[in-house]
Design a protein around this ligand. Sequence first.
Ligand code: AMP
Length: 139
Amino acid sequence: MSEHTLFTRIIEGEIPCYKLYENDHVFAFLDINPLAKGHTLLVSKEPAPTIDQLSPDSAAAIGKALPILSRAIKKATGAIAYNIIQNNGREAGMTVPHVHFHIIPKYAESKHSFTWQPESLEPLEGQSIAAAIQLDINE
Ligand code: AMP
């Protein structure tokens, strides 16, 4: 696990940012290449590369900070809606391997979208993948 990711350098003040919020576990700042006005990154101070490697304390702190930041961003920007996006791994579009959540406001005039083409879940596949995931959770 790299201790000196780009986001660690931002958290430590080595790289400047538009800081919004900080506590013992999390740090939030404006994305430098925003998809929309107020596009925010909420980062765990713990430099876990992906969320499955994050400690329970950091995960809880992120869960607590998300609604606080979302409320403030909505109020400050007048956004009518917002998306929370979280990429894990390069193949999933992650460019900075340090856990972070994007909070992306949506305005009436916004053009960006996060649409995908869903498929039907076949019953047998549903049963088998649900059983495999449950088994892992219960181990
Ligand atoms: P992801 O693709 O999910 O890993 O997102 C990484 C995000 O970090 C991108 O949206 C970048 O625009 C953003 N980013 C990269 N460098 C900086 C920086 N120095 N300050 C603020 N945001 C940054």
